[in-house]
Design a protein around this ligand. Structure first.
Ligand SMILES: Cc1ncc(COP(=O)(O)O)c(C=O)c1O
Length: 392
């Protein structure tokens, strides 16, 4: 294990510790994609080749999946929330998730049954918005709770998306998740959380499978190309673990290098990997970062083993990493390569910019003129005020 520090990032190089398979595979992704395609709002998001950046950074290609346009929600998160709602309702109505589509839920009888279902969730913004939107789509209700310090614009966006109520609590993220769990028990609501822990794994597993629609679209868009490096950002690591597991399965003959980026103040996966005992470790307290979607202190139980065994690099990033990338992506001289990328969306591109400036880190990660780097800009300007403050 090796740790290399530069001005704005720290990179932990672990090597891969094992080779387990994961259930985040082709079939799971195809099922999620088939469901999402049945939604009237479905449109594939773009995979943009950042040619100017690739030249500047000295690599063959930088490919960026732009999730700012997903379902009009400005983030990828609605993929997970909607797929979990679908799977929960399939189970409730006795439908086969392998064949059911959205229109099956639109009969008067099924609408009436769905109207009795109440979901509750905790969120730093994007997941709650996705759940609120999906609940409304299926005619269910959603109550959404947010950690202290959440932006009012994010809270309002959740109500606008369809929540019965969205509330900013005075709790940190981990505690607000527990609070939502308690409310679900007290009121008989269904907890729909985008992280898993011992005893609560089925619904988060569906959420991660929902994210795989991004992976299935990327495979189509790569058109046979195989990336040499995949960078994913992480809060609890549900999305990161799902995507790493999926790409490891899809590219098993030529596995890319996987790197996970987190805010330096709440780098729970970085610290878990650094501990070297294979276990999950939490960051306590009330960490502060502009990357609201990544401000989560405890790794997800179902995706941590995938990340631990397949990611070779963990990158701890100061907020400036994301700010620099947001400005760079917004200000590209090519209109095609101009991307609205929010605080949590831009961090992997920012990390790449810093890595490419540092010969030691770059060499350690094997990034050279032949590298094809895949990034996911997971959100657009989900907090427009914050975005404008940074990008101007
Ligand atoms: C925009 C954005 N990117 C990335 C993530 C990280 O996802 P995860 O918590 O699964 O690591 C989130 C989580 O909310 C998010 O909102």
């Amino acid at each position: 294990m090796k740790e290399i520090n530069s001005q704005l990032i720290s990179v932990l190089s672990t090597g891969k510790t094992g080779f387990p398979g994961s259930s985040f595979d082709k079939e799971a992704a195809e099922n999620a994609l088939r469901f999402h395609k049945s939604l009237p709002q479905y449109a594939r998001t773009e995979l943009v080749s950042l040619r100017i950046a690739a030249t500047e950074l000295g690599v063959r290609e930088v490919l960026l999946k732009d999730e700012s346009t997903r379902f009009g929600l400005k983030a990828f998160k609605g993929l997970g929330g909607s797929y979990a709602v679908f799977r929960i309702l399939c189970e409730m109505l006795g439908m086969d998730p392998g064949t059911a589509v959205f229109s099956d839920f639109m009969t008067a009888e099924n609408r009436a049954k769905c109207s009795d279902v109440v979901f509750v969730t905790a969120t730093d913004g994007n997941h709650g918005k996705g759940v609120a939107w999906a609940a409304k789509l299926f005619g269910c209700k959603a109550y959404v709770y947010m950690p202290a310090g959440s932006a009012e614009a994010r809270r309002k966006a959740i109500e606008d998306a369809g929540a019965e109520k969205a509330v900013i609590s005075d709790l940190n993220y981990d505690n607000v998740v527990q609070y939502a769990g308690q409310l679900s028990k007290e009121n008989g609501w269904t907890l729909i959380q985008d992280t898993a822990w011992d005893g609560y794994e089925k619904i988060p597993h569906w959420i991660v499978e929902g994210y795989l629609t991004m992976g299935a679209e990327i495979i189509e868009q790569l058109d046979g190309k195989i990336p040499t490096h995949v960078f994913v950002q992480a809060g609890v690591g549900a999305m990161a673990g799902g995507m790493i597991g999926y790409f490891a399965n899809m590219f098993s003959d030529c596995e890319p290098v996987f790197a996970v980026a987190e805010p330096s103040t709440v780098a729970c996966l970085y610290e878990s990997a650094k501990a070297g005992d294979g276990e999950r470790h939490s960051i306590e307290g009330d960490p502060v970062t502009i990357m609201a979607g990544l401000n989560c202190g405890t790794p997800c139980s179902i995706t941590w083993p995938v990340i631990r065994d397949r990611a070779g690099f963990y990158i701890s990033c100061r907020d400036e990493v994301s700010e620099n990338a947001m400005r760079r992506l917004a200000g590209s001289s090519s209109e095609q390569e101009r991307i609205i990328s929010g605080e949590s969306g831009a961090v992997t591109f920012g990390a790449l910019m810093d890595i490419c400036k540092d010969d030691i880190i770059r060499t350690e990660m094997g990034i050279d003129a032949d590298s094809v780097i895949l990034l996911i800009s997971t959100e657009g300007d989900t907090d427009p005020e914050g975005y404008n403050r940074i990008v101007g």
